[in-house]
Each structure stands twice: as C-alpha cells, then as structure tokens.
Design a protein around this ligand. Structure first.
Ligand code: SF4
Length: 256
C-alpha cells in the first residue's frame, strides 16, 4: 500500500478563521491522508466544494493510474467536447457555485453565458426533455441512461463549452472531473452505455455529494443547464452545521 497526503483548503486564511483537521480515507485499497482547512463557522456544501474538487482530482488520478497499469489509455483529449453535450447532473451546491461564478463575470461575457443557459433551456423545452428531466429529478441519484441519450440527441452544448474545451476547467463540477473514457473518442459523439468504456474510479465524490446534499437540503440532482434559473428562483438553504459534519456526510457515501 502506498500512502499519500493531500492538503486542501476551503476558504481563504487571510480573510477568515479556518480550523484544521485530518482524516484518512481508503480509496480502493490505498489510504490517503487529507489535511483539511475549513471555515470555523457553519457552512453549506457550496463552501466545501474546493475540498471535494481536490478529492475528485485525486480519485481520478488513481483511477487513471489503475487503467494505465491494466494497459488501457485514456482517450480524452483537449478539443474533444463530445461529453459536454451530455446531461451533466449537479447538486444544488454546485448549481449555486456555477451561478455565483457567472454572476461574477464582467459584461458582456456574463450576458453571453446567461444567453447560452436560456437557449439551452428553450431547446430542451421544445424537445419535451424538460418534463422528463423534472420527473426523473424526483428520484435521488443520477439520471437514467435512456434520459441521458434523449438529452444528448437535442445537441445542447454546455454553456461553458468554448472551442470544444471547458472554459471553467478549474471550477468544473465533480461529475465532469470524473468523466474519462478509454474507448475511442468518436464513440462519445454517439454515446451508449454499451460502447463507452469509462475509467473505473475507486470512489464517486459527485454521487456522494448529490446524496448528502439532497438529504441536507431536500434538493435532488439537476442538469447543469438549470443552474442559473435554480439559483435565481430558490433561496439558498441556511447554513447550520460545521464543516466537519458536512464532510463526514459526503465521505461516508464515497463508495455508494
Ligand atoms: S462544465 Fe466544462 S467539462 Fe463540464 S460539461 Fe461544461 S464545458 Fe464540459
């Protein structure tokens, strides 16, 4: 077994009081020590996303290493944005983080991105996919594969996709970080579960957050393209719990 230590911060120590803690997770059969700095007061999952992003990146690193050790090669390349036309399920915390990111953009960039979100929703409405999504959202978890295919068929690009590359790479949602394939890239342009070989990961932070967030706030998954409308329409939940409690909820679900 190899041991690793990962230092992750949620918050800026120059601007707020942070508390530090240490937790050991076992990913696959390999332990990793997380040295965490988190806000001292009550938080929401949105504030903890930097930690979950770092954890997801580590999980992916290990999944890729295992795939390469088994003789497989990741086929994802810069300039291939096929997966960015798929239904991308995010938690309410991630939706609010994306909405905040867009709100902080200067004009005219902000208006352009907002227009892309509006266009995406209109296309999905016109194709009847919105109703299907809303019905599926009653079920906690990730979207059903057949719904994903119908979504993909509408050809709705993620509003953050630019020149077939992610324009918010360091802030992209957990599920985007976790999506890597070893099947030919062309298959992602006509996806079906039978033809795409995903890189197997030793944990799924995206699903862990979806489940923990849904239990905390009652808000189930939503497609990324809902993010701005959701943040506009639904007031944020009150933050009442300490970061350690919130993270424990996520970490306990990493293998689900
Ligand atoms: S956030 Fe980035 S990686 Fe995720 S779907 Fe959008 S463009 Fe693609």
């Amino acid at each position: 077994m190899s041991e690793a230590t990962l230092q992750l911060l949620a918050g800026d120590p120059a601007r707020e009081a942070l508390v530090v803690g240490r937790v050991v997770l076992v990913l696959g059969d390999e332990p990793v020590t997380l040295e965490l700095g988190v806000p001292a007061g009550a938080v929401g999952f949105q504030e903890l996303l930097p930690i979950l992003h770092g954890l997801a990146d580590l999980v992916v690193e290990r999944g890729v290493a295992a795939a390469e050790a088994a003789g497989r090669t990741v086929s994802c390349r810069a300039g291939c944005g096929a997966c960015c036309r798929q239904l991308v399920p995010v938690s309410q915390a991630e939706a609010r983080a994306l909405a905040a990111l867009v709100a902080a953009l200067p004009e005219p960039r902000r208006g352009e991105i907002r227009r892309r979100f509006d266009d995406a929703l209109q296309t999905l409405h016109a194709g009847g996919v919105i109703a299907e999504i809303d019905a599926a959202r009653d079920v906690t978890g990730e979207a059903a594969p057949d719904l994903g295919l119908r979504y993909f068929e509408r050809g709705v690009a993620c509003p953050f996709l630019e020149d077939e590359a992610c324009s918010i790479h360091s802030d992209r949602p957990l599920v985007c970080r976790q999506y890597l394939v070893t099947s030919p890239a062309a298959r992602c342009a006509a996806p079906s579960p039978e033809t795409i070989d995903m890189v197997a990961l030793p944990a799924r932070p995206s699903r862990a957050l979806l489940l923990a967030d849904a239990e905390e706030t009652g808000a189930t998954w939503m497609p990324l393209v809902y993010a701005l409308a959701y943040a506009d329409e639904v007031p944020p939940p009150a933050s009442t719990r300490a970061a350690a409690d919130m993270l424990r909820d996520v970490f306990s679900r990493l293998q689900t």
